[in-house]
Design a protein around this ligand. Structure first.
Ligand code: PLP
Length: 424
Protein backbone atom coordinates (compact mmCIF):
# COMPACT_ATOMS: atom_id res chain seq x y z
CA UNK A 1 0.00 0.00 0.00
CA UNK A 2 1.31 3.42 -0.91
CA UNK A 3 1.20 6.04 1.80
CA UNK A 4 2.68 8.96 -0.13
CA UNK A 5 2.60 10.03 -3.70
CA UNK A 6 5.95 11.09 -5.06
CA UNK A 7 6.80 14.77 -5.09
CA UNK A 8 8.13 14.77 -8.61
CA UNK A 9 7.89 18.09 -10.44
CA UNK A 10 5.95 16.16 -13.11
CA UNK A 11 3.00 16.91 -10.85
CA UNK A 12 3.44 20.69 -10.98
CA UNK A 13 0.80 22.11 -13.34
CA UNK A 14 1.86 24.87 -15.74
CA UNK A 15 -1.69 26.14 -16.28
CA UNK A 16 -4.54 27.01 -13.94
CA UNK A 17 -7.86 25.30 -14.70
CA UNK A 18 -10.98 27.43 -14.88
CA UNK A 19 -14.29 25.87 -13.82
CA UNK A 20 -16.42 28.60 -15.43
CA UNK A 21 -16.65 27.26 -19.01
CA UNK A 22 -17.79 23.87 -17.64
CA UNK A 23 -20.67 25.11 -15.49
CA UNK A 24 -24.30 24.77 -16.66
CA UNK A 25 -24.70 28.50 -15.84
CA UNK A 26 -22.54 31.33 -14.44
CA UNK A 27 -23.18 33.40 -11.33
CA UNK A 28 -24.56 36.90 -12.11
CA UNK A 29 -21.81 39.57 -12.45
CA UNK A 30 -20.78 41.98 -9.67
CA UNK A 31 -22.78 45.24 -9.65
CA UNK A 32 -22.31 48.75 -8.25
CA UNK A 33 -24.50 50.19 -5.49
CA UNK A 34 -27.10 51.21 -8.12
CA UNK A 35 -27.31 47.68 -9.48
CA UNK A 36 -25.34 48.16 -12.74
CA UNK A 37 -22.64 45.63 -13.70
CA UNK A 38 -19.25 47.06 -12.67
CA UNK A 39 -17.02 48.13 -15.53
CA UNK A 40 -13.29 47.42 -15.92
CA UNK A 41 -12.50 51.01 -14.75
CA UNK A 42 -13.84 50.27 -11.25
CA UNK A 43 -11.70 47.14 -11.02
CA UNK A 44 -8.67 48.96 -12.50
CA UNK A 45 -8.68 51.39 -9.56
CA UNK A 46 -8.09 48.44 -7.24
CA UNK A 47 -6.36 45.59 -9.07
CA UNK A 48 -3.40 45.04 -11.41
CA UNK A 49 -4.31 44.26 -15.03
CA UNK A 50 -3.19 40.62 -14.78
CA UNK A 51 -5.60 40.05 -11.91
CA UNK A 52 -8.53 41.59 -13.79
CA UNK A 53 -7.74 39.29 -16.71
CA UNK A 54 -7.81 36.27 -14.36
CA UNK A 55 -11.05 37.52 -12.82
CA UNK A 56 -13.00 37.66 -16.07
CA UNK A 57 -11.44 35.00 -18.30
CA UNK A 58 -13.63 32.20 -19.64
CA UNK A 59 -10.71 30.25 -21.09
CA UNK A 60 -10.63 26.71 -19.69
CA UNK A 61 -6.82 26.81 -19.24
CA UNK A 62 -4.82 29.84 -18.13
CA UNK A 63 -1.00 29.76 -18.29
CA UNK A 64 0.89 30.27 -15.01
CA UNK A 65 3.58 32.98 -15.53
CA UNK A 66 7.09 31.49 -15.38
CA UNK A 67 8.12 33.83 -12.54
CA UNK A 68 5.23 32.44 -10.48
CA UNK A 69 6.06 28.86 -11.44
CA UNK A 70 9.62 29.41 -10.19
CA UNK A 71 8.22 30.61 -6.85
CA UNK A 72 5.81 27.64 -6.68
CA UNK A 73 8.68 25.23 -7.23
CA UNK A 74 10.00 26.06 -3.75
CA UNK A 75 7.06 24.25 -2.14
CA UNK A 76 4.99 22.56 -4.83
CA UNK A 77 3.78 20.00 -5.57
CA UNK A 78 2.38 19.76 -2.05
CA UNK A 79 2.15 16.28 -0.51
CA UNK A 80 -0.92 14.05 -0.81
CA UNK A 81 -0.96 11.62 2.11
CA UNK A 82 -3.13 8.66 3.05
CA UNK A 83 -4.22 8.95 6.71
CA UNK A 84 -3.54 5.30 7.48
CA UNK A 85 -3.27 5.80 11.25
CA UNK A 86 -6.53 7.72 11.36
CA UNK A 87 -8.28 4.97 9.36
CA UNK A 88 -6.97 2.38 11.84
CA UNK A 89 -8.05 4.34 14.94
CA UNK A 90 -11.51 4.95 13.47
CA UNK A 91 -11.79 1.26 12.43
CA UNK A 92 -13.26 2.45 9.17
CA UNK A 93 -13.31 0.68 5.80
CA UNK A 94 -13.08 4.17 4.21
CA UNK A 95 -9.80 5.31 2.72
CA UNK A 96 -8.91 8.83 3.87
CA UNK A 97 -6.51 11.05 1.94
CA UNK A 98 -5.44 14.59 2.64
CA UNK A 99 -3.70 17.19 0.53
CA UNK A 100 -1.36 19.08 2.84
CA UNK A 101 -1.09 22.79 2.00
CA UNK A 102 0.71 23.71 5.24
CA UNK A 103 4.21 22.85 4.02
CA UNK A 104 5.30 26.16 2.53
CA UNK A 105 7.06 29.29 3.81
CA UNK A 106 3.82 30.88 5.10
CA UNK A 107 2.04 27.71 6.21
CA UNK A 108 -1.22 27.69 4.22
CA UNK A 109 -2.72 27.49 0.72
CA UNK A 110 -2.82 31.33 0.65
CA UNK A 111 0.67 31.45 -0.93
CA UNK A 112 -0.82 29.94 -4.11
CA UNK A 113 -2.60 33.23 -4.84
CA UNK A 114 -0.29 35.62 -2.95
CA UNK A 115 2.54 34.88 -5.38
CA UNK A 116 0.67 35.60 -8.65
CA UNK A 117 -0.99 38.67 -7.09
CA UNK A 118 2.37 40.16 -6.02
CA UNK A 119 3.87 39.25 -9.39
CA UNK A 120 1.09 41.00 -11.36
CA UNK A 121 1.40 44.11 -9.14
CA UNK A 122 5.17 44.32 -9.66
CA UNK A 123 4.68 43.79 -13.42
CA UNK A 124 2.37 46.84 -13.56
CA UNK A 125 4.95 49.01 -11.77
CA UNK A 126 2.96 49.07 -8.51
CA UNK A 127 5.12 49.59 -5.41
CA UNK A 128 2.75 48.98 -2.51
CA UNK A 129 -0.09 46.57 -1.74
CA UNK A 130 -2.77 46.99 0.93
CA UNK A 131 -4.80 44.10 2.27
CA UNK A 132 -6.86 42.72 5.14
CA UNK A 133 -6.09 39.61 7.14
CA UNK A 134 -8.26 37.57 9.49
CA UNK A 135 -6.24 35.07 11.47
CA UNK A 136 -3.03 36.30 9.81
CA UNK A 137 -2.36 33.50 7.31
CA UNK A 138 -3.19 35.70 4.34
CA UNK A 139 -1.06 38.58 5.64
CA UNK A 140 1.79 36.11 6.21
CA UNK A 141 1.55 34.64 2.71
CA UNK A 142 1.28 38.04 1.04
CA UNK A 143 4.19 39.50 3.06
CA UNK A 144 6.40 36.69 1.88
CA UNK A 145 5.22 37.14 -1.73
CA UNK A 146 5.73 40.94 -1.55
CA UNK A 147 9.21 40.46 -0.21
CA UNK A 148 9.97 38.09 -3.10
CA UNK A 149 8.73 40.57 -5.73
CA UNK A 150 10.06 43.74 -4.02
CA UNK A 151 6.81 45.42 -2.89
CA UNK A 152 5.75 47.32 0.25
CA UNK A 153 2.78 45.95 2.16
CA UNK A 154 0.20 47.41 4.58
CA UNK A 155 -1.95 44.85 6.38
CA UNK A 156 -5.17 45.62 8.30
CA UNK A 157 -5.55 42.74 10.74
CA UNK A 158 -8.87 41.99 12.46
CA UNK A 159 -8.33 43.16 16.07
CA UNK A 160 -9.65 39.92 17.67
CA UNK A 161 -6.95 37.95 15.81
CA UNK A 162 -4.32 40.66 16.31
CA UNK A 163 -4.74 40.06 20.07
CA UNK A 164 -5.06 36.25 19.83
CA UNK A 165 -2.13 35.71 17.43
CA UNK A 166 0.62 38.28 18.08
CA UNK A 167 3.28 36.10 16.41
CA UNK A 168 1.59 36.64 13.03
CA UNK A 169 2.49 40.32 13.29
CA UNK A 170 6.10 39.36 14.01
CA UNK A 171 6.11 37.10 10.95
CA UNK A 172 4.69 39.79 8.65
CA UNK A 173 7.08 42.43 10.05
CA UNK A 174 10.03 40.12 9.43
CA UNK A 175 9.10 40.05 5.74
CA UNK A 176 8.95 43.84 5.69
CA UNK A 177 5.14 44.23 5.95
CA UNK A 178 3.40 46.72 8.27
CA UNK A 179 0.45 45.55 10.40
CA UNK A 180 -2.40 47.62 11.92
CA UNK A 181 -5.11 46.28 14.24
CA UNK A 182 -8.47 46.84 12.50
CA UNK A 183 -10.61 48.86 13.03
CA UNK A 184 -7.72 51.36 13.07
CA UNK A 185 -7.58 55.14 13.23
CA UNK A 186 -5.80 55.27 9.84
CA UNK A 187 -9.00 55.30 7.74
CA UNK A 188 -12.44 56.91 7.83
CA UNK A 189 -14.12 53.48 7.93
CA UNK A 190 -11.92 52.35 10.79
CA UNK A 191 -12.56 55.51 12.81
CA UNK A 192 -16.34 55.18 12.35
CA UNK A 193 -16.27 51.73 14.00
CA UNK A 194 -13.84 52.83 16.75
CA UNK A 195 -16.21 55.67 17.65
CA UNK A 196 -18.92 53.10 18.40
CA UNK A 197 -16.57 50.86 20.40
CA UNK A 198 -12.94 51.73 21.14
CA UNK A 199 -12.20 48.01 21.71
CA UNK A 200 -14.12 46.84 18.61
CA UNK A 201 -13.10 43.18 17.85
CA UNK A 202 -13.22 43.92 14.12
CA UNK A 203 -14.28 41.70 11.23
CA UNK A 204 -12.93 40.76 7.82
CA UNK A 205 -15.59 43.04 6.28
CA UNK A 206 -14.28 46.05 8.24
CA UNK A 207 -10.63 45.23 7.49
CA UNK A 208 -11.46 45.00 3.75
CA UNK A 209 -13.09 48.47 3.93
CA UNK A 210 -9.92 49.88 5.48
CA UNK A 211 -7.60 48.23 2.95
CA UNK A 212 -9.73 49.42 0.00
CA UNK A 213 -9.94 52.95 1.39
CA UNK A 214 -6.17 53.00 1.95
CA UNK A 215 -5.47 52.00 -1.64
CA UNK A 216 -7.79 54.57 -3.22
CA UNK A 217 -5.93 57.35 -1.37
CA UNK A 218 -2.46 56.61 -2.74
CA UNK A 219 -0.74 56.41 -6.13
CA UNK A 220 1.05 53.27 -7.31
CA UNK A 221 -0.86 51.10 -4.87
CA UNK A 222 -3.14 48.17 -5.41
CA UNK A 223 -5.43 46.10 -3.25
CA UNK A 224 -5.08 42.37 -2.81
CA UNK A 225 -7.79 39.96 -1.71
CA UNK A 226 -6.96 36.61 -0.06
CA UNK A 227 -10.10 34.72 -1.03
CA UNK A 228 -13.62 34.98 -2.49
CA UNK A 229 -12.85 36.31 -6.00
CA UNK A 230 -12.95 34.22 -9.19
CA UNK A 231 -9.24 34.94 -9.79
CA UNK A 232 -8.27 33.56 -6.36
CA UNK A 233 -10.33 30.40 -6.99
CA UNK A 234 -8.53 30.08 -10.34
CA UNK A 235 -5.09 30.26 -8.67
CA UNK A 236 -6.05 27.68 -6.06
CA UNK A 237 -6.94 25.17 -8.81
CA UNK A 238 -3.35 23.92 -8.70
CA UNK A 239 -4.31 22.07 -5.48
CA UNK A 240 -6.94 19.96 -7.22
CA UNK A 241 -4.92 19.47 -10.39
CA UNK A 242 -2.00 18.03 -8.46
CA UNK A 243 -4.42 15.90 -6.43
CA UNK A 244 -5.89 14.35 -9.60
CA UNK A 245 -2.44 13.19 -10.71
CA UNK A 246 -1.41 12.10 -7.22
CA UNK A 247 -4.63 10.10 -6.62
CA UNK A 248 -4.07 8.48 -10.02
CA UNK A 249 -0.59 7.50 -8.88
CA UNK A 250 -2.14 5.91 -5.78
CA UNK A 251 -4.58 4.02 -8.01
CA UNK A 252 -7.68 5.58 -6.42
CA UNK A 253 -10.33 8.18 -7.18
CA UNK A 254 -12.25 10.11 -4.51
CA UNK A 255 -15.95 9.54 -3.86
CA UNK A 256 -16.11 12.53 -1.52
CA UNK A 257 -14.13 15.80 -1.39
CA UNK A 258 -14.18 17.97 1.72
CA UNK A 259 -12.84 21.48 2.41
CA UNK A 260 -13.41 24.13 5.06
CA UNK A 261 -14.96 27.38 3.81
CA UNK A 262 -14.24 30.93 4.95
CA UNK A 263 -14.34 32.79 1.65
CA UNK A 264 -14.37 29.51 -0.30
CA UNK A 265 -10.96 29.46 -1.98
CA UNK A 266 -9.19 26.40 -0.56
CA UNK A 267 -12.38 24.39 -1.05
CA UNK A 268 -12.64 25.66 -4.63
CA UNK A 269 -8.98 24.81 -5.15
CA UNK A 270 -9.27 21.15 -4.28
CA UNK A 271 -12.81 20.68 -5.62
CA UNK A 272 -13.04 22.49 -8.98
CA UNK A 273 -10.62 20.40 -11.08
CA UNK A 274 -12.42 17.20 -9.96
CA UNK A 275 -15.76 18.93 -10.54
CA UNK A 276 -14.75 19.72 -14.12
CA UNK A 277 -14.21 16.00 -14.65
CA UNK A 278 -17.56 15.15 -13.08
CA UNK A 279 -19.42 17.76 -15.15
CA UNK A 280 -17.84 16.47 -18.35
CA UNK A 281 -18.96 12.87 -17.81
CA UNK A 282 -16.62 11.67 -15.05
CA UNK A 283 -17.52 9.75 -11.90
CA UNK A 284 -19.89 11.25 -9.36
CA UNK A 285 -18.26 12.89 -6.33
CA UNK A 286 -19.93 14.25 -3.20
CA UNK A 287 -18.58 17.77 -2.46
CA UNK A 288 -18.81 18.93 1.16
CA UNK A 289 -18.09 22.52 2.30
CA UNK A 290 -17.64 22.89 6.07
CA UNK A 291 -18.15 26.20 7.87
CA UNK A 292 -18.31 27.21 11.55
CA UNK A 293 -21.72 27.45 13.28
CA UNK A 294 -20.46 30.84 14.55
CA UNK A 295 -20.38 32.19 10.96
CA UNK A 296 -22.91 30.02 9.06
CA UNK A 297 -22.84 31.80 5.69
CA UNK A 298 -23.87 28.88 3.44
CA UNK A 299 -26.18 27.08 5.87
CA UNK A 300 -28.06 30.09 7.25
CA UNK A 301 -27.21 33.06 5.01
CA UNK A 302 -29.25 34.33 2.05
CA UNK A 303 -28.20 34.22 -1.60
CA UNK A 304 -28.40 37.86 -2.72
CA UNK A 305 -26.27 40.80 -3.87
CA UNK A 306 -24.19 42.15 -0.98
CA UNK A 307 -21.06 44.24 -0.49
CA UNK A 308 -17.75 42.47 0.05
CA UNK A 309 -16.88 44.84 2.91
CA UNK A 310 -18.59 46.45 5.90
CA UNK A 311 -18.66 50.07 4.63
CA UNK A 312 -19.96 49.49 1.08
CA UNK A 313 -16.73 50.48 -0.75
CA UNK A 314 -16.47 47.31 -2.88
CA UNK A 315 -18.84 46.21 -5.66
CA UNK A 316 -21.78 44.00 -4.68
CA UNK A 317 -21.47 40.27 -5.32
CA UNK A 318 -24.17 37.63 -5.76
CA UNK A 319 -23.32 35.37 -2.86
CA UNK A 320 -24.59 33.67 0.26
CA UNK A 321 -24.24 36.32 2.97
CA UNK A 322 -25.05 36.98 6.59
CA UNK A 323 -25.10 40.72 5.79
CA UNK A 324 -22.06 42.95 5.34
CA UNK A 325 -22.54 44.31 8.88
CA UNK A 326 -22.45 40.85 10.50
CA UNK A 327 -19.80 40.64 13.26
CA UNK A 328 -19.08 36.98 14.04
CA UNK A 329 -17.99 35.99 17.56
CA UNK A 330 -14.16 35.84 17.90
CA UNK A 331 -13.69 32.09 17.30
CA UNK A 332 -10.18 30.70 16.87
CA UNK A 333 -10.72 29.87 13.19
CA UNK A 334 -10.32 33.57 12.31
CA UNK A 335 -9.96 32.74 8.61
CA UNK A 336 -13.56 31.44 8.53
CA UNK A 337 -15.10 34.63 9.99
CA UNK A 338 -16.33 36.18 6.73
CA UNK A 339 -19.93 37.32 6.20
CA UNK A 340 -20.00 36.26 2.53
CA UNK A 341 -18.82 33.43 0.28
CA UNK A 342 -17.12 33.20 -3.12
CA UNK A 343 -19.78 33.80 -5.82
CA UNK A 344 -18.64 30.62 -7.61
CA UNK A 345 -18.96 28.46 -4.48
CA UNK A 346 -22.31 30.15 -3.67
CA UNK A 347 -23.55 29.37 -7.17
CA UNK A 348 -22.54 25.71 -6.86
CA UNK A 349 -24.42 25.43 -3.57
CA UNK A 350 -27.48 26.90 -5.28
CA UNK A 351 -27.11 24.36 -8.13
CA UNK A 352 -26.99 21.55 -5.54
CA UNK A 353 -23.50 20.44 -6.61
CA UNK A 354 -21.88 21.45 -3.28
CA UNK A 355 -23.35 20.40 0.09
CA UNK A 356 -22.69 22.82 2.96
CA UNK A 357 -22.55 21.80 6.65
CA UNK A 358 -21.70 23.76 9.82
CA UNK A 359 -19.72 22.54 12.85
CA UNK A 360 -19.19 24.06 16.30
CA UNK A 361 -15.70 25.06 17.47
CA UNK A 362 -15.38 22.48 20.26
CA UNK A 363 -16.03 19.59 17.88
CA UNK A 364 -13.53 20.81 15.29
CA UNK A 365 -10.73 21.53 17.76
CA UNK A 366 -11.21 18.05 19.25
CA UNK A 367 -10.94 16.58 15.75
CA UNK A 368 -7.75 18.63 15.29
CA UNK A 369 -6.31 17.22 18.51
CA UNK A 370 -7.12 13.65 17.48
CA UNK A 371 -5.59 14.21 14.04
CA UNK A 372 -2.42 15.64 15.61
CA UNK A 373 -2.12 12.63 17.93
CA UNK A 374 -2.58 9.97 15.26
CA UNK A 375 -1.22 11.61 12.09
CA UNK A 376 1.44 13.84 13.65
CA UNK A 377 0.47 17.04 11.84
CA UNK A 378 -1.14 19.94 13.69
CA UNK A 379 -3.94 21.45 11.55
CA UNK A 380 -4.83 25.16 11.50
CA UNK A 381 -8.08 25.82 13.43
CA UNK A 382 -9.74 26.52 10.06
CA UNK A 383 -8.59 23.20 8.61
CA UNK A 384 -9.94 21.26 11.62
CA UNK A 385 -13.41 21.80 10.15
CA UNK A 386 -12.44 19.63 7.17
CA UNK A 387 -10.76 17.11 9.48
CA UNK A 388 -13.94 16.80 11.59
CA UNK A 389 -16.11 16.25 8.50
CA UNK A 390 -13.70 13.61 7.14
CA UNK A 391 -13.82 11.79 10.49
CA UNK A 392 -17.63 11.92 10.58
CA UNK A 393 -17.85 10.61 7.04
CA UNK A 394 -15.40 7.78 7.77
CA UNK A 395 -17.33 6.80 10.92
CA UNK A 396 -20.54 6.77 8.87
CA UNK A 397 -18.82 4.39 6.42
CA UNK A 398 -18.01 2.07 9.34
CA UNK A 399 -21.72 1.86 10.13
CA UNK A 400 -23.02 1.67 6.54
CA UNK A 401 -20.19 -0.41 5.10
CA UNK A 402 -20.03 1.98 2.14
CA UNK A 403 -16.72 1.89 0.27
CA UNK A 404 -15.73 5.54 0.51
CA UNK A 405 -12.59 7.22 -0.76
CA UNK A 406 -12.44 10.52 1.12
CA UNK A 407 -10.13 13.35 0.09
CA UNK A 408 -9.91 16.47 2.20
CA UNK A 409 -7.86 19.63 2.02
CA UNK A 410 -5.64 20.26 5.03
CA UNK A 411 -5.43 23.94 4.17
CA UNK A 412 -2.73 24.95 6.64
CA UNK A 413 -0.74 24.10 9.77
CA UNK A 414 -1.57 25.31 13.26
CA UNK A 415 1.88 25.77 14.78
CA UNK A 416 1.28 29.50 15.26
CA UNK A 417 -2.20 28.76 16.64
CA UNK A 418 -1.25 26.59 19.60
CA UNK A 419 -2.95 29.06 21.95
CA UNK A 420 -6.26 28.16 20.24
CA UNK A 421 -5.75 24.51 21.22
CA UNK A 422 -4.67 25.52 24.73
CA UNK A 423 -7.76 27.71 25.30
CA UNK A 424 -10.32 26.09 22.93
C1 PLP B 1 -7.74 31.66 5.04
C2 PLP B 1 -7.79 30.26 5.40
C3 PLP B 1 -8.97 29.50 5.24
C4 PLP B 1 -10.26 30.10 4.78
O1 PLP B 1 -10.25 30.72 3.55
P1 PLP B 1 -10.81 30.04 2.22
O2 PLP B 1 -10.77 31.11 1.22
O3 PLP B 1 -12.20 29.59 2.53
O4 PLP B 1 -9.92 28.93 1.90
C5 PLP B 1 -8.93 28.15 5.53
N1 PLP B 1 -7.81 27.56 6.00
C6 PLP B 1 -6.67 28.26 6.19
C7 PLP B 1 -5.47 27.54 6.72
C8 PLP B 1 -6.63 29.61 5.89
O5 PLP B 1 -5.48 30.29 6.06
Amino acid sequence: MRRFSSRSSDFLPTEYTNIKPFLPSLPPPPVDSDGYPVGPDVLAALFPSGMIQHEITLEPRVPIPVEVLDAYRVYRPSPLIRAVELERVLETPAHIYYKYEGMNPAGSHKSNTALPQAYFAAKDGITRITTETGAGQWGSALSQACSRFGLDLDVFMVRASFLQKPLRKTFINMHGGRVYASPSDRTKSGRSFLEKDSQHPGSLGIAISEAVEAVLSEQNSCYSLGSVSDAVCLHQSIIGQESILQMEEMGEYPTEIIGCTGGGSNFAGIAFPFMEKMLTGGKHIRFTAVEPTACPTLTEGKLRYDFGDASGLTPKYMMYTLGAGFIPPPIHAGGLRYHGMAPLVSHLVKLGIVNPIAYAQKKTLNAGKEFTRVEGILPAPESTHAVAAAIDSAVEARESGEKKIILFNLSGHGYLDLAAYENG
